[in-house]
Write a protein that binds this ligand. Structure first.
Ligand code: 16C
Length: 256
């Protein structure tokens, strides 16, 4: 029994893939699509408008509606020193850190543990007046991908969150309207080579972050209120999240 226990407590980074799960083909497809989408630039014909800027952080959006609901896609880029992409993605993925950085939450439950790199979350979000309160049900998947586009970069890490359905947690049956989300956080680590014989220190590390999000409110919510919340909350989220990561990692050994 003790041996058995040892074999399941894998160190982080060695994933037991969830290949046999019914959602696996979708998780694989959506994660790779999101990675591709995140890596496309924001110039040219994409129609991205810069709406927030603070230091190295840039946030872009496109005004879009679906069935009369605001679904503006968001793309944000940030550069953070002193943390690796692996560390940032771990913090974004892991339920134990969420209340430390996620300000839209009222409640969060892991409703299915598919594998050590894939979970299903049910979240209740804070209410936006005058709309009905929202909840969300989504799978969340973390993975390392090797980078064929940028040989100078260390590995690439992605967390992909995508709405799903579960018979045990039907939408729109309680006090909440279900919202639908497709979110990705993609991180690349760059290392300034330390002097000969010296170890890599946190100050030698830079993490480039791309965050993409599309949220469909799932039901009526006034466009002007939504766009005002969006403009205020996304920059707040990315600043709060990245300072939380720096703070969590600063006195710990570097996880590459
Ligand atoms: O990606 C983020 N968080 C992840 C882990 O929680 C996950 C969740 C994404 C949900 C994003 C939608 C949350 C909207 C809830 C509305 C409550 C806001 C009240 C705030 C008051 C303090 O991927 C980080 C997410 C950062 C979200 C910023 C806010 C975006 C608002 C967009 C409008 C949504 C429509 C709501 C309909 C009433």
């Amino acid at each position: 029994d003790r041996l058995k226990q040892k074999s399941v407590s894998l160190p982080s980074g060695i994933a037991t893939p969830a290949v046999k799960h019914r959602l696996w083909p979708e998780i694989e497809k959506v994660t790779m699509e999101q990675l591709h989408y995140a890596r496309l630039g924001v110039g040219g014909a994409g129609g991205w408008q810069l709406f927030a800027e603070d230091g190295d952080m840039r946030m872009y959006r496109r005004e879009e509606e679906a069935d009369g609901l605001v679904v503006d896609p968001l793309k944000a880029c940030h550069v953070v020193k002193g943390v690796t992409g692996h560390e940032v993605c771990n913090i974004f993925f892991s339920p134990e850190y969420r209340s430390g950085w996620e300000a839209t939450l009222e409640d969060m439950t892991v409703v299915e543990n598919i594998s050590n790199d894939t979970l299903i979350f049910l979240q209740t979000h804070k209410r936006i007046w005058p709309a009905t309160q929202r909840d969300s049900l989504f799978w969340s998947h973390i993975r390392r991908v090797s980078d064929d586009q940028d040989p100078d970069a260390h590995d690439l890490w992605i967390v992909c969150n995508h709405s799903t359905e579960l018979p045990d947690y039907p939408a729109n049956t309680g006090k909440c309207v279900r919202l639908y989300l497709s979110v990705s956080l993609v991180c690349q680590t760059f290392i300034d080579p330390p002097k000969e014989g010296e170890r890599i220190k946190r100050e030698d590390i830079t993490c480039k972050i791309t965050y993409c999000s599309v949220v469909n409110p799932g039901g009526w919510a006034p466009a002007s209120v939504l766009r005002a919340v969006y403009k205020r909350e996304y920059p707040k989220f990315l600043k709060r999240f990245t300072s939380f990561c720096i703070d969590q990692c600063k006195d710990k050994p570097i996880v590459f």
